[in-house]
Structure formats: structure tokens, C-alpha cells
Design a protein around this ligand. Structure first.
Ligand SMILES: Nc1ncnc2c1ncn2[C@@H]1O[C@H](COP(=O)(O)OP(=O)(O)OP(=O)(O)O)[C@@H](O)[C@H]1O
Length: 389
């Protein structure tokens, strides 16, 4: 069979079949299209302001590594005028986070960015290893998710930075939409679709520039750009409900590649119809509820992503080989990028901010008198006291 020609440039050999639309493109066109799409997300959402200092939530994993790399590329190419800094949270998980932080340290020098690391240990007096020792593996993601969201905020404040970006991708958002739909929690569903989240009381806003990027495309981008990232999953057990939602989405994606973006778009439409988006929201909550980090171990059904990464590694020895270009296609790709952005929202992008109070214990913003982190810490400290007795 003759090699397939890239449908974008019509010149080079296609080596990538894009997971989001099955377009067959060459490596250069794939990288350019991916970057153009993230740029489109950023500009059409007016995500950044010139001169802004941005903390990139950097875990060393594929998503945040790709985010750091793409933001550096776009910042230089389009002269955004941003000051980019890596911000990592050390949850205190031996054999996992200590190793991934080594990757972030390498990324900091590769991308010439400053790096700030904040630890659960110093912030809360507990490492995740100690939390798991105390509460067991079941439910530990809840602690980790609440602590991490707050730790990112606190790290940003230490740096005097008011905007943190994270590597949440379209698959993550679709998963959260589905979970909140299944829970019947429309206000949370609404918050989970916002590209910008944050809080008036917090002064730190968070955004997701990879909101429309497919996880598989992120893996392909990292592979073809030869990025240095850490691919081992967290050693502690994932939240079962999120894992199930993820499997369902991966199954849907197999029969309908656009399913992921369709779910994100439907979530956005439902969000517009939700009257009170901010009901009982908390600064720790981006529509994900207290259900953990979203970095589900075994997150793809059948460990599909791990298999994909392994097969990409094998292929890198045969760089000219096509990446899944089995089916024939005569389609041509339009020059303009079409993304399901909702650009008609009023200023402030996404969820309107809610007035919140402060936690009476730690001073962190909270809709309750005691924030989620302090409530969890309270239980943990009581347990530690019991164990000590
Ligand atoms: N320890 C951490 N330090 C800083 N930021 C983090 C950390 N863990 C997660 N994040 C941020 O939150 C995003 C989503 O986290 P999640 O736990 O879902 O991991 P993920 O999807 O595996 O992402 P990644 O591939 O970047 O690890 C990450 O992309 C990153 O921006």
C-alpha cells in the first residue's frame, strides 16, 4: 500500500492519525495543529494578560509537561509577554512524587523556568504516605485532592502570583461532566466546564489551557516533541467512580471519536442553563467535588494509554513509520481551526465569582466556617492522637 500523504500540507508522509478527528497528518502538521488549537483556546478565551506572571502546576506528568512546553512555545511565538514559573506540590509519596519531581527539576532547566516546590509536610504536617498509613488506601484521593488544590493556591500566593494554569485536558473535563451528571449535581457540572475557575476571596484564579486537547493527542505531542516526562501512575488507589466514568468515556471514544468534545460541549450548554452555578461551592472545588485528584491510576480502560506510550516508544526506533494510518481518507483539512468554544459569555470567562468567608482555623477561603482541608486534618490529627495513646 502506498504511504498516505498528510492531508494538511499535502506533501509529507502522514505519520499520525489524530485521535480527535482521525485526520492523517505528518509530524510537523500535527505539532503545528496542536499548538494552533491551544493558541486558539487561549486567545478566544482571553485567558492571559500581557505582563501576567503565570504559575504552571507542574507534576512532571504528560499533561503538565506538555502544557509547560506549549506555553513556552506560544509565549515566544506570539509574544504573549508572560512570565512563566513552574509550581509543584510534593504530596509526600515515596517512589512516585519524589521521582516525578526530579523530572520537573529537569524541565525547569530545559524550559529555563523558575521552579517552586511546596510540600504537604510543611503545609499540613502530614505527607500522603502518612495519611494512607492512617486512613488506608480507600478514600485517600479525597485528602490528596483537597490538599493539592489548596497547596497550589498557597504556593501561588508565596510567589505573589494570581493565576495558576493546570494540565487538565478534554478527557478530564468530560469525565467530570459525566460524573456530575450521574450524581445529578448541575451546579458542580457547571463549574467543571469553566475554563477559568477561582474565587473572589482567593485572589488566585485557575485555568485550563488544554481544556479542549484530547489526552491521546497530548501523549502524541509529548512523543513527537521528545518531551521529558514521568509516566508512572500514582501508587495509591484511584477513586472508583472516576475510574468508571473514564472507562465509559474511552469506550464511547472508540465508537465516536468526537464523543469527548461532545460531552464537554454539552456540559457547557448545560452550564448556561444552570440558574445558580455557585450554590454551595467552595474554593477547594472546581466542580470536581471532594472526589480526589482525577489522576486515576489505570485511568484508561484496559490501560490503553500505557499501551499507547509503550508502542510509541517502540516506534521511535522506526521514526518514519505511520502511527495508525490504516483507513483510507481523501478528506482535506480546513485551514481554520474549529473548536467548540463558547465565546459569548460575559466578561470574567466562565463561572461568576461567589462571595466567601475565611476558614476560622487556617484563614483559607471557605464557604463554611472551617475549610475542607482543616476538617480533614482535624480527623487525621485525632486519629494520630489516638494512635499515639
Ligand atoms: N503535584 C502536583 N504539583 C503541581 N501541579 C499538579 C500536581 N498534581 C497535579 N497537578 C496539576 O493538576 C493537573 C491535573 O492533575 P491530575 O492529578 O489529573 O494529573 P494528570 O492528569 O496525570 O496530569 P499530569 O499528566 O500533568 O500529571 C496537572 O496537569 C497539573 O497541572
Amino acid at each position: 500500500m502506498p504511504p498516505t500523504t498528510c492531508i494538511r500540507c499535502q506533501t509529507n508522509r502522514a505519520v499520525v492519525k489524530r485521535p480527535k478527528n482521525h485526520h492523517k497528518v505528518c509530524k510537523e502538521c500535527f505539532l503545528a495543529a496542536f499548538e494552533d488549537e491551544v493558541h486558539h483556546t487561549i486567545t478566544s478565551s482571553k485567558l492571559f494578560q500581557r505582563g501576567e506572571r503565570i504559575a504552571i502546576g507542574a507534576s512532571g506528568g504528560k499533561d503538565s509537561t506538555v502544557l509547560a512546553s506549549v506555553l513556552k512555545t506560544l509565549n515566544e511565538r506570539h509574544d504573549y509577554g508572560l512570565d512563566l514559573i513552574l509550581l509543584s506540590v510534593d504530596e509526600g509519596i515515596k517512589g512516585y512524587r519524589d521521582d516525578s519531581l526530579e523530572t520537573v527539576k529537569r524541565n525547569a532547566s530545559q524550559y529555563e523556568m523558575d521552579l517552586k516546590i511546596v510540600g504537604y509536610d510543611e503545609l499540613y504536617g502530614w505527607t500522603m504516605d502518612q495519611v494512607v498509613e492512617t486512613v488506608g488506601k480507600k478514600g485517600n484521593c479525597t485528602y490528596c485532592g483537597v490538599f493539592r488544590r489548596q497547596a497550589l493556591d498557597r504556593g501561588a500566593k508565596m510567589l505573589k502570583i494570581k493565576h495558576v494554569v493546570t494540565g487538565h485536558n478534554a478527557d478530564d473535563i468530560a469525565e467530570t461532566v459525566l460524573m456530575n451528571l450521574l450524581r445529578g449535581d448541575l451546579p458542580r457540572l457547571s463549574r467543571s466546564t469553566s475554563i477559568v475557575t477561582g474565587h473572589a476571596a482567593s485572589e488566585v484564579k485557575r485555568s485550563k489551557p488544554l481544556k479542549y486537547a484530547y489526552e491521546k493527542e497530548i501523549v502524541l505531542y509529548a512523543h513527537h516533541k521528545k518531551l521529558d516526562y514521568f509516566s508512572t501512575e500514582c501508587i495509591y488507589s484511584p477513586e472508583a467512580f472516576r475510574g468508571t466514568a473514564r472507562s465509559l468515556i474511552k469506550t464511547l471514544e472508540k465508537v465516536r471519536p468526537s464523543a469527548i468534545l461532545d460531552i464537554v460541549r454539552s456540559g457547557e450548554d448545560m452550564a448556561r442553563l444552570t440558574p445558580d452555578k455557585d450554590q454551595s461551592s467552595c474554593a477547594c472545588d472546581e466542580g470536581e467535588s471532594m472526589g480526589g485528584c482525577g489522576s486515576a491510576n489505570g485511568r484508561s480502560s484496559g490501560n490503553e494509554l500505557a499501551e499507547m506510550e509503550a508502542s510509541l516508544k517502540k516506534q521511535s526506533n522506526h521514526a518514519s513509520l505511520e502511527t495508525d494510518v490504516s483507513a483510507k481518507s481523501n478528506a482535506t483539512v480546513p485551514d481554520t481551526v474549529e473548536l467548540p468554544l463558547r465565546t459569548h459569555r460575559k466578561e470574567g470567562l466562565g463561572t461568576p465569582l461567589q462571595k466567601l468567608g475565611q476558614c476560622t482555623k487556617c484563614g483559607y477561603m471557605s464557604s463554611q466556617s472551617i475549610c475542607q482541608a482543616c476538617m480533614l486534618l482535624d480527623g487525621l490529627n485525632k486519629n494520630r492522637a489516638d494512635i499515639a495513646i
